[in-house]
Design a binder for this molecule. Structure first.
Ligand code: ADP
Ligand code: ZN
Length: 613
């Protein structure tokens, strides 16, 4: 990627002395911090060791970029992927910040110059891969550079517990000691406790200050539907999302190829992406997706990591992801700009059976298998959620929340009915068998099947025996899972998943609480979802088109993705406020001093020309 613009204005060699809130507006062009950013920026600026866990799209980069501007010297940013570095560096340059990357994609001379700029203190941010950073040569050359701090991006790569372990990350701690860097700050979107502890131990000398951001991404609407005719469901979905950029995930390469070809035959601008394609074709398709508006990429899970496109408007799953972590990560690729985005997932019981079979057939230890089984159960429970899907999702990540108003359950797209009597039957089976049995046996009792186990325990003599004959085994499984999700009873992992009652469950048995369960036949209703953030709605659509075309030209001239020039939100605000002077442009979302200078006049001219007719 070429030098978009040369650095200068925003980089003050000794460190920018303005308060963070001012730099945020003047340099980055943002009117407010996103949740959590301010506290983290404060801690980083105060020199603390920080480990921040923020969901994808939460705005992690700003948390080290902004403090890096405030101090003398260069901040080293360790990042695992060249593509990721490239995007970040070109975005920073567009803001007028002295940033560069050292990587194998650059030629020798370019890298040499970059190192010189780091050593002279002229650079503020230096992006580098862990392999390169830990080479003996690099350490020698950086030794006398004015190093301000070490920022580690995608820090979960340091841990074997994480989903993306990279042995090179293990060397970072040592490099830090060798270079005598005083402060390390680390960022990740992976939440679980074990990974977090592992990161803390491997990257830091003493325990870092940990920041845990909510995993909620309220601007992404959630929906999951049982698969009937996948292609028809996909087409119906796309019809409501014409002209938007999005990702359609499929489970296998073959499904990707078939689906992409199918969409292309229906006139969609769709490209395939999976690890089986030639490298050049894959890169080309990814590039088309990044640069052009309204492209659909049909992909396996190989697609996504390091794709930092903020304006992906939807994610559609043709197939169910393998677990909730994967689901969350994939839908999280939508709406990173904070604007309304849509996720829609199809699921079928065939694939769930398949997941279960893979687990049983795998070579994993029994302990590992049990973890995997639990994960599948949690996933199925999310599919069948009888109440706000987001509450169920966040609960899985250990976060309590209120019904969101932006999922299929909240919007009434899923039919529920009064299932109190069914719930009472299920719960009484739990109680009568003294909370000592798993779901399968409980269902056997409910359905009045005289198995050996039933006879051995004398459960055929219980009053509950056979009271659930009217429901199939499959239906009862769903009922149990739903009761588990709502929290009326839970399988106890410590006791071979024997179901235990909760206080809420006892209230149901005593008739003090009504239980709403969902019907399995889903009927989707068409309602407009509430959005996460208010967007200008009073913009002039023709002007917006004109501004988008201008953005396209400017981005092409500079060989960068469109959003590096201005985001969609910025253009919408411009098309709504219609500023006539540079001064009036100040304060529009995404327009800081640098962009005001670089692009302000051109956009003003375009707005003026448009208004003049
Ligand atoms: P991630 O946490 O996934 O690394 P990024 O740092 O890439 O997220 O930020 C995601 C998007 O949010 C980027 O387009 C970034 O410019 C934007 N962003 C970050 N902070 C703010 C803010 N305070 N206000 C508005 N947009 C922001
Ligand atoms: Zn909801």
């Amino acid at each position: 990627m070429s030098d978009l613009l040369d650095w200068s204005a925003a980089s003050v060699p000794g460190g920018d002395k303005r308060p963070p809130g001012e730099i945020l507006g003047d340099v980055f062009g943002f009117s407010a911090f996103r949740p959590g950013q301010e506290e983290i920026v404060g801690a980083v600026t105060a020199g603390e060791e920080v480990l921040a866990v923020m969901p994808t799209g939460g705005g992690k980069s700003l948390c080290y970029q902004l403090p890096a501007l405030m101090r003398p010297g260069v901040t080293i940013v360790v990042s695992p992927l060249i593509a990721l570095m490239r995007d970040q560096v070109s975005a920073l340059k567009a803001l007028g910040i002295a940033a560069a990357a050292l990587n194998s994609g650059n030629d020798y001379e370019e890298n040499r110059r970059t190192l010189e700029r780091a050593r002279s203190g002229e650079l503020k941010l230096l992006y580098i891969s862990p392999e390169r950073l830990s080479s003996v040569e690099m350490i020698e050359r950086l030794r006398d550079a004015p190093l301000a701090m070490l920022a580690v991006d995608e820090a979960h790569c340091v841990s074997q517990w994480g989903h993306d372990f990279r042995p090179e990350y293990r060397l970072i701690g040592e490099v830090r000691r060798d270079l005598g860097i005083k402060q390390t700050v680390a960022f990740t979107a992976t939440a679980d406790r074990i990974t977090r502890e592992d990161i803390a131990e491997r990257l830091f000398v003493k325990a870092p200050k940990v920041f845990l951001r909510s995993f909620d991404r309220p601007n992404i609407s959630l929906a999951m539907t049982a698969r009937q005719d996948g292609r028809a469901q996909l087409l119906a979905f796309l019809k409501a999302h014409q002209g938007e950029s999005g990702v359609v995930y499929c489970q296998s390469r073959r499904r990707v190829d078939e689906t992409a070809a199918f969409l292309a035959s229906r006139g969609f601008n769709a490209v395939p992406y999976h690890a089986g394609l030639e490298r050049t074709e894959r890169d080309h398709n990814q590039d088309v997706f990044l640069r052009e508006d309204g492209v659909i990429v049909v992909a396996t899970v190989a697609f996504g990591m390091g794709v930092d496109k903020p304006d992906v408007r939807f994610v559609f799953h043709m197939d169910l992801p393998k677990n909730i972590e994967g689901y969350y990560q994939e839908i999280g690729r939508a709406g990173r700009d904070g604007l309304p985005a849509t996720s829609h997932t199809l699921y079928g019981f065939g694939e769930i059976r398949q997941f279960r079979q893979w687990i049983e057939e795998s070579e994993a230890s029994e302990e590992q298998k049990e973890i995997e089984r639990q994960k599948v159960n949690a996933l199925v429970a999310l599919c069948e959620a009888p109440r706000c899907r987001r509450v169920v999702l966040l609960d899985y990540f250990g976060e309590a929340s209120e019904p969101c108003g932006n999922c299929d359950l909240c919007l009434g797209g899923v039919e529920t009915f009064d299932g109190t009597v069914l719930a009472q039957k299920a719960l009484s089976a739990v109680v009568r068998t003294r909370e000592r049995f798993g779901m399968d046996h409980l269902i056997t009792v409910l359905r009045g099947e005289a198995s050996d186990k039933v006879k051995t325990h004398g459960h055929d003599a219980l009053p509950t025996f056979g009271v659930g004959k009217d429901q199939s085994r499959t239906a009862w499984r769903s009922i149990f899972r739903q009761l588990g999700v709502i929290g009326y009873a839970t399988p106890d992992r410590e006791r071979f998943n024997a179901w235990r009652m909760t206080e809420a469950g006892w209230r149901v048995l005593k008739g003090q609480e009504t239980v709403m369960l969902r019907k399995d036949a889903l009927s989707l209703k068409d309602k407009t979802p509430k959005s996460g953030q208010p967007l200008p709605t009073d913009y002039d659509p023709k002007l917006l088109d004109a501004l988008k075309a201008l953005r396209r030209t400017l981005a092409d001239e500079r060989d960068v993705p469109a959003y590096v020039v201005f985001s969609d939100r910025t253009l919408m605000e411009l098309a709504s406020r219609k500023p006539e002077t540079l001064d009036e442009m100040r304060g529009v979302h995404g327009i800081g001093e640098r962009k005001l200078k670089d692009f302000g006049p051109t956009f003003l001219e375009a707005i003026r020309a448009y208004l003049a007719g």
